[in-house]
Design a protein around this ligand. Structure first.
Ligand code: HEM
Length: 503
């Protein structure tokens, strides 16, 4: 299962006075955003207890699982959540985090949840999350790896053990500082400018635009053009678009995966030929090939011993892991700004002052402090993925003296930690200033695992810096050139979908 968070409907834009950035040589535009139903900043509330009569007791799920999995001798100290039928329908409807949040308020920061023949220990406490995430040897990815294989193959995002160690060590150096600064200029700014150009006609005639779709296309272009030679990426980009639209029609999704894999294999073969012909080798730590600064080129030039199929799956891991996640943060940040009359002008003012009408450079980004805090606050409120899954490899004792046995599946609810009133003041409110402007950008370490949108420990996201830079650049250019507002009366919800897992 792969989590996926999206607003349930399209986002916005309406014709309002055009933006006039200070000293901007660029033509500003206004945009209007559309959606379908009733707006709500919060996820849909959990439904009232079902009045439908059922032939089974409403507690059947819990009782069955109790007897099947841990019997009478449960000495773990972990309370068991009482799963009701209506909670299960929430789970099936894609809003997993809603019952998880409800149970946190009922049972506390750790509880056991029945889910068919398996049970999960659900964690909503930063100290326990820290223990589990930092002890990767004791806690593997488990279920996530099993069900995502059809998409990731043996890619390092789901690999375990020595394969993961070797491949992560090979890929991480490709995302060095110089590479990121080249990407800001050549890819992030270019793609964001192209998006703004595409939005101009809508801004001019005031047509509503689905910004979720636009941001999804933007982030796909960005990760594709950063991973492969831009001259060859576009065919795969189209297939990924197809794949995303096909979900959950499994057979078509499988076909799309086959085509994407074949295309990436061809790209690898072509790039390998060029690297061989030129006898290219990495000769400095922050190596970038000027003609083709892509991750693929770096990995081939590094001459690590790796099969083409492994390389293919690693690159696809990056593409999948880096696409919807960044699209989601852009969409939610724009949404939150559109609902906050004080933060939006503040962010626009900062962009105008720092950039003075030009495109952002790598060096500018550290000065876009308020915009960065808006993005981190959006990641706090709408983390994508909202849960992290692990499986205990050995018996262990968690902080608080809770016992888990080898084989126990664990769900760390990032959503619960980020929304808990025990962890955050005014937890449900959008307050970008909660993260001090003059301090470091928040991460799992400096918040002691209270803020973990990129996870933590050895399996932490490798693309966190990439994603933050990409989001800051895209929003800075968007705010610099466009005005926008949310189309009223829409039902915007936070959902959590399972990707298809064909046999
Ligand atoms: C806002 C955007 C992003 C968010 C919120 C995000 C979040 C995450 C999270 C939570 C994990 C760890 C899952 C776990 O612990 O089980 C992860 C892993 C990963 N992410 Fe990201 N990610 C984002 C963008 C990116 C980008 C842009 C890339 C690629 C450039 C990327 C590449 C990866 C990879 C390869 C992994 C697997 C790492 C491993 O298992 O060793 N992510 N991401």
């Amino acid at each position: 299962m792969q989590s996926c968070l999206t607003p349930s409907s399209s986002l916005f834009l309406v014709s309002i006075p055009p933006r006039k950035p200070i000293n901007s040589p660029l033509q500003p535009f206004s945009i209007k955003s559309s959606i379908d139903k009733t707006p709500t900043t919060k996820p849909k509330p959990a439904p009232a207890p079902s009045k439908t009569t059922s032939w089974v007791s409403p507690n059947w799920l819990t009782s069955l699982t109790k007897s099947l999995t841990f019997g009478a001798n449960d000495d773990s100290g972990i309370p068991v959540a009482n799963a009701q039928l209506e909670d299960v329908s929430e789970l099936l409807g894609g809003a997993l985090f809603l019952p998880l949040f409800k149970w946190m308020n009922q049972y506390g920061p750790i509880y056991r949840l029945a889910a068919g023949p398996r049970n999960f220990v659900v964690v909503s406490n930063p100290a326990i999350a820290k223990h589990v995430l930092r002890n990767y040897g004791k806690y593997a990815k488990g279920l996530v790896s099993e069900v995502s294989e059809f998409l990731f193959g043996s890619g390092f995002a789901i690999a375990e053990g020595s394969l993961w160690t070797v491949r992560r060590r090979a890929v991480v150096p490709s995302l060095h500082k110089k590479y990121l600064s080249v990407m800001v200029d050549r890819v992030f700014c270019k793609c964001a400018e192209r998006l703004v150009e595409k939005l101009q006609p809508f801004a001019l005639d005031g047509t509503a635009v689905n910004m979720e779709e636009k941001f999804s296309q933007l982030t796909l272009d960005v990760i594709g053009l950063s991973s492969y030679d831009p001259r060859t990426f576009y065919p795969i980009g189209r297939q990924i678009g197809v794949l995303c639209k096909m979900v959950p029609r499994q057979i078509k999704a499988e076909n799309a995966v086959t085509v994407i894999r074949k295309t990436v294999e061809e790209l690898i073969t072509k790039c390998k030929e060029i690297v061989e012909k030129e006898g290219e080798r990495i000769n400095e730590e922050e190596y970038v090939n000027d003609a083709d600064p892509s991750i693929l080129r770096f990995l081939l030039a590094s001459r690590e011993e790796v099969s083409s199929l492994q390389l293919r799956d690693d690159l696809l891991s990056m593409l999948v892991a880096g696409h919807e996640t960044t699209g989601s943060v852009l969409t939610w940040t724009l949404y939150l700004l559109s609902k906050d009359p004080s933060s939006l002008p503040k962010a626009q003012q900062e962009v105008d002052t720092v950039l003075e009408g030009r495109l952002p450079t790598y060096e500018d980004i550290k000065n876009l402090k308020f915009l960065t805090r808006c993005i981190t606050e959006s990641l706090r409120l709408y983390p994508h993925p909202p849960v992290l899954i692990r499986r205990a490899q050995v018996d262990d004792v968690l902080p608080g003296n809770y016992k888990v046995k080898a084989g126990q599946d664990i769900m760390i609810s990032v959503y619960n930690i980020h929304h808990s009133s025990q962890v955050w003041e005014r937890a449900e409110e959008f307050v970008p200033e909660r993260f001090e402007l003059e301090s470091s950008v928040p991460n799992e370490t400096n918040t002691d695992y209270r803020f973990i949108p990129f996870s933590g420990g050895p399996r932490k996201c490798v693309g966190d810096q990439f994603a933050l830079l990409e989001a800051i650049v895209a929003l800075a250019i968007f705010l610099q050139r466009l005005n926008f507002e949310l189309v009223p009366d829409q039902n915007i919800r936070f959902v959590h979908e399972a990707q298809p897992t064909p046999k």
